[in-house]
Design a protein around this ligand. Structure first.
Ligand code: ADP
Ligand code: ADP
Length: 226
């Protein structure tokens, strides 16, 4: 069961080729990481899946449907960045609840239930009424994850979400992400330049160089054939 499919995708910015010949699949439930040096096209690939960019050529399919001209808010994807941009004037629970804003089908009671469930999932039980400023960097990144997961997206897109954290916290959040991916039905598509992190958390890795995916495999396969 494939949730994300890129079929011979190319993206040009003027004369610059950001990505080309990109064909890849992310299976339901897996944590797939794109790894490669700065400028190799990782963020562009994520933006093509989220809908913030449209491909110059090729097709992006999400859960089997061609997503051409489907705007970001109508794609079953959510994005988490390095700078999580929580709302400082809202409580932790209100920040998480904001993730349900675009989902009219959810009743207030159901929303309360899901926010509680998410706070528990990211180990922030009891923090709902606090402002984000009261919490640590790692806890704030977990609020951002809860906000992005609360409307149960098919695909969570993660763009270097741990790079502003110190080494110890990054290790801790690595296992947290692995655990979250196992706990939800959707897939995670993660991008990073950090090979060690990619090896540690991924089900599969796609290695990018100069706009192309040059290798795909499990961490073991990529480690054995660098
Ligand atoms: P990465 O995420 O791996 O650092 P990017 O996807 O951000 O790589 O960038 C890939 C290439 O596309 C780089 O050469 C970058 O300068 C270029 N690029 C990315 N976004 C734009 C843009 N909006 N306009 C022009 N060039 C861009
Ligand atoms: P990262 O390397 O973390 O992907 P960048 O600093 O390369 O981040 O890019 C940040 C933003 O600027 C992205 O939205 C990207 O699309 C855009 N961008 C990157 N390179 C260029 C460029 N050469 N011209 C215009 N925009 C760019």
């Amino acid at each position: 069961d494939v949730l994300v499919e890129l079929d011979d995708v190319r993206k040009l910015y003027g004369d610059t080729t950001a990505v080309e010949n990109v064909t890849m699949e992310v299976e339901r439930g897996e944590l797939f990481t794109l790894v490669g040096p700065s400028g190799c096209g990782k963020t562009t690939t994520l933006r093509l899946v989220s809908g913030f960019e449209e491909p110059t050529d090729g097709v992006v399919r999400i859960d089997g449907s061609d997503s051409t001209d489907v705007p970001p808010e109508r794609r079953d994807t959510n994005l988490v960045f390095q700078h999580h941009a929580l709302f400082p004037h809202m409580t932790v629970a209100e920040n998480v609840r904001y993730g349900l804003e675009k989902d009219d089908a959810v009743t207030p009671t159901e929303a309360d239930r899901r926010v509680e469930e998410m706070l528990s999932l990211v180990d922030l039980d009891g923090y709902g009424d606090r402002p984000p400023a009261d919490l640590s960097g790692g806890q704030r990144q977990r609020i951002a994850l809860a906000r992005a997961l609360v409307n149960e997206p098919s695909v969570l897109l993660l763009d270097e979400p741990l790079s502003s954290l110190d080494r110890k916290l990054r290790k801790q959040m690595q296992s947290e992400l692995r655990r979250l991916n196992d706990a939800v039905d959707g897939s995670f598509l993660y991008v990073t330049h950090d090979q060690e992190l990619a090896m540690a958390i991924s089900d599969r890795i796609g290695v990018m160089r100069a706009g192309e995916i040059v290798q795909v495999g499990t961490p073991e396969e990529v480690y054995r054939n660098p």
